[in-house]
Design a protein around this ligand. Sequence first.
Ligand code: GDP
Length: 390
Amino acid sequence: MKLATIGVGNAGSKLIDQMIEFEVETGRNLCRHALIINTARTDLAKPENIPEDRRVLMGDTHRKARGHGVGGDAEIGAEVAKTDIDEIRRVFDDVEIHEVDAVLVAAGLGGGTGSGAAPVVIDEIQKMYDEPVYGLGVLPGKYEGGRPALNAARSLQSFVNKVDNFIAFDNDAWRSRGQTIEQGYEEMNEELATRIVTLLAAGEVDESEVGENAMDSSDIMRTLDTGGVSSIGYASTELAPAKQGLLSKFNDEDQSEDESTDAAKIKGLVRRAVNSRLTVPCEVSSADRALIVFAGPPEAISRKGVESAREWLESAADTVDVLAGDDPRPGSSTLAAVVLLSNVTETPRIDEIQNQAVDAQNKIREQDAVREEEIQSLITDDDNDLDPIV
Ligand code: GDP
């Protein structure tokens, strides 16, 4: 697939930057256009793989932003994006939309800029183009507290209502002990970029190498066409150097034994992808559609294995809509399986965030009311004898 990618806010921009790094490292070609948008000048300078003229600072004249961010306030994030929408639209005008299949908008949902501004940006893109728009959103960890949960729960509603599919990543599930927050984020961003690029870059292989089993971009788009929230699983294995010795090729028994071991490995890889950490933990059987991409050297992808892996996923995800295809990467020393579970409806973490958000909203309202009373009692004399001047 070919994408126009837009990172909004700090996490969103870092994710797009990391995706480009991974695709360059692995010789893929997914992100045809990259754009980052932020309210904080310092965060806008951080990414390493985004051209200077593709970085947009918004709200630099807004009295509550002024180039320093929006302090985690998603309402201000949305307001700033609405005010500066003409400027944002002008930058989109440079995107050769006919060159891409879809637009991907990434953001961290717990902050102010990504959670508030990204839905405004998505509205504008939906108005300008017919191409599908996918969201890539990071859910805040529980440890971050009530305000990020409230931003995320509200922004998730806007995102999911506006995009064609929302791919979620849960910081809580991916947090490791003994790391600083920044180290943790770096590792998480690498993990997420590996999954998203391996999945979406399939279907972009050299025409001369396309075999009949190659995944097509339209298959990926069809699987994402469900709306709702999606999760991605991934597993990879290092391949042993190619077996030497022509003799074994002539020995039918050995060959069929090899084939069944290869088939079992492929199926095992897919089971591992689904049973290990998903980008957002979910009930696999609640998926509406699923898709598997095998990325690796063509000779390592056993047809028998692909078929039994597909059948296994069909039963685990309890859906007949399971597609499987290859992303042939000749000469690669790894074989990866990436599994897209599209429109999963049972994700406990999202319920948790909503509960945390409702508590936070009630507490904020109570505190606001109490504070108003306290201010009035502070500035009013005991018998209320005094009046304000004007
Ligand atoms: P914004 O710039 O106002 O949108 O805020 P940030 O993007 O800095 O942070 C928003 C949320 O994204 C935070 O609450 C974190 O949950 C998350 N976050 C921030 N940076 C990263 C990152 O590099 N990786 C990941 N996975 N999450 C991040």
